[in-house]
Ligand binder design. Structure first.
Ligand code: ARG
Length: 566
């Protein structure tokens, strides 16, 4: 794909010997209004080097740089060299690329032969799958799609929280107060109730805590009864999680959660010990990280039991040996930043050179209007409820506009779920935000449904035209400003994907979709497409088709469907 910014930079580089091509690229700006040109190069930095005024330098450069097939005009505008791109040449490049590459447009094989492990979603067994989990779930899935689009092999891992002393508590609670029927009816709500009851009762009767520890030890020693109950809690919880994943159309390559590492921790503990960095401290085992301004990493407790950290150490080693990853990405909330810093540091101290390839991709917290979420106080918004309400609201909207709409269930699902996912991917990851039903269910403004609607609009035009879009068109007819704006956005697709991959920030792709939808709607509003003049009609149809493909591909990278009718 020809990159017009690069073409401009190369033309400059031929004249400006004192700056590298990279420096020139990074200096290039987009002029504030379109009449001034498409790219601008400021000469203020050169003024110091050449001891001449920026205006004189820009004047000289604009004389020296020749126009070409791609660059139609070069002018000096107050110390800036401004470039006008040959619009029909850009149109030809873009339309030909999109129409021939179709669903592969924007993709590349940059990552061929490389594997990226993505640890995401990873909810805890017997705990609600709530709105706080949506970000890791949809960001992780989008990163999987983004990396895959550039040829990487991805391993999607759901590191389920299915191990730990709380399962001893749950077993005791179930044996004392639980009923099989109740759990099967509403597994997570019931298990959560039992868990809360355990804590209330244990305040009155501390011996329950001992019992819970006993049962956890039994579980670790593969006691039949304990193991069966645990397995059942896990299976029932997973059934609920799977319903949400199905709504979101998200799959995993592995559900190796924390329990998977129960027999793999001794080895990693021994490796740390052999390295001479495991320290005893009041019966516990730690790795001292004071030198790095961090609290110590706790590896085993004083009763010898292991922790979340120990399992993550074993998991990292297992993943390196199993997948030989180039990167291992953890999509986990920013509350766990210290945990990951400690984890990566310990692995580095052990001498694993690949510790540098472990990346924590944090995101901000979700709170509710009534305060932070609290499962024990019952202050929690279930993810499944959010998705179902979004679907229901979409169904009502569709039917109120068009009572005999076809395929309503499927479209309502694609649009309702798409709205929620798009919103989660709209902001930069790290910002905290407050969940609001109103905002989530309002589809006005810069939303997923707006982008999906623009895509459906393209489909409607193409259906109505009833002829194939081709690359055999007169590209001069797409050199008007409205078409050009659409084409420029489409042209930037691959750059947006690469940028989002580099920063692990899906919202850059979200922004691309919105920019394209906006540019296209302006074009659509100001121009008729199915006009008398056959040449113009053909050219515009090709533009519509290219927009349709680019929008569909963009949404696909976010894990959002693009229905043909809405
Ligand atoms: N289960 C954890 C939680 O809900 C997230 C696990 C993230 N992955 C990891 N390898 N630590 O907080």
């Amino acid at each position: 794909m020809k990159d017009f910014k690069l073409i401009v930079s190369e033309a400059l580089k031929n004249q400006v010997k004192d700056l590298s091509l990279e420096e020139i690229v990074s200096l290039i700006e987009i002029p504030p209004n379109k009449e001034m040109g498409d790219y601008a190069f400021p000469c203020f930095k050169l003024a110091k080097v050449y001891k001449k005024s920026p205006n004189m330098i820009a004047e000289d450069l604009s004389q020296q740089i020749n126009t070409t097939d791609e660059i139609s005009k070069v002018v000096n505008l107050g110390g800036y060299v401004n470039f006008f791109i040959n619009k029909s040449s850009l149109a030809k490049t873009v339309i030909e690329n999109v129409l021939t590459q179709k669903e592969k447009y924007g993709h590349s094989n940059l990552g061929e032969g490389k594997t990226v492990v993505i640890d995401f979603s990873s909810p805890n067994i017997a705990k609600p799958f709530h709105i706080g989990h949506i970000r890791t779930t949809v960001i992780g899935n989008a990163l999987h799609k983004i990396y895959s689009s550039q040829g990487y092999k991805t391993e999607r891992i759901n590191h389920l929280g299915d191990y730990g002393t709380q399962f001893g508590k749950l077993i005791v609670a179930f044996k004392n107060w639980g009923s099989k029927e109740e759990v099967e009816k509403e597994p997570i709500k019931e298990l959560l109730k039992l868990y809360v009851k355990f804590h209330d009762e244990a305040e009155k009767d501390p011996s329950l805590e001992d019992k819970a520890r006993e049962y956890f030890t039994k579980l670790e020693n593969n006691d039949k009864e304990a193991k069966e109950l645990w397995q059942w809690f896990r299976d029932e919880s997973l059934k609920e999680f799977e319903r949400v994943y199905k709504l979101l159309d998200i799959q995993f390559d592995s559900y190796a959660g924390e329990s998977f590492y129960s027999d793999k921790m001794d080895r990693v503990i021994n490796i740390i010990k052999d390295k001479g960095i495991l320290k005893e401290s009041q019966g516990t085992n730690i790795v001292d990280l004071e030198e790095f301004n961090m609290p110590p990493a706790l590896i085993t407790k004083n009763d010898g039991s292991t922790l979340y950290m120990t399992r993550d150490l074993a998991a990292a080693l297992y993943r390196k040996e199993t997948y030989d990853f180039e990167k291992c990405i953890y999509v986990v909330g920013s509350q766990q930043s210290l945990h990951f810093e400690q984890l990566f540091k310990v692995l580095e101290l052990v001498g694993f050179e690949w510790a540098k390839d472990l990346i924590h991709v944090p995101f901000g917290m979700v709170s509710l209007e009534e305060g932070t979420m609290s499962t024990r106080k019952g202050r929690v918004v279930f993810l499944e409820d959010v998705l179902n309400q979004a679907i229901e609201k979409t169904r009502e909207t569709i039917l109120s506009k068009n009572p005999d709409a076809k395929n309503v269930d499927e479209i309502a699902k694609q649009v309702g779920v798409g709205a929620v996912v798009f919103q989660e991917l709209s902001n930069s990851r790290i910002k905290d935000y407050t969940f609001s039903w109103d905002k989530t269910l309002s589809f006005d403004g810069e939303t997923g449904p707006y982008v999906q609607y623009t895509h459906a609009r393209c489909c409607a035009v193409l259906r109505k035209a009833n002829e194939e879009a081709t690359t055999d068109i007169n590209y001069d007819l797409l050199s008007d400003i409205d078409s050009f704006e659409v084409l420029k956005v489409i042209e930037s697709f691959n750059k947006s994907i690469l940028n989002s991959l580099k920063k692990n920030e899906p919202h850059i792709v979200t922004r691309f979709c919105l920019d394209l939808a906006q540019a296209f709607n302006k074009f659509y509003h100001d121009n008729s497409i199915l006009v008398e003049d056959d040449e113009i009609k053909k050219a515009r149809l090709s533009l519509v088709k290219a927009t349709k493909i680019a929008l569909e591909n963009g949404l696909a990278l976010l894990g959002i469907k693009a229905p043909e009718r809405m």
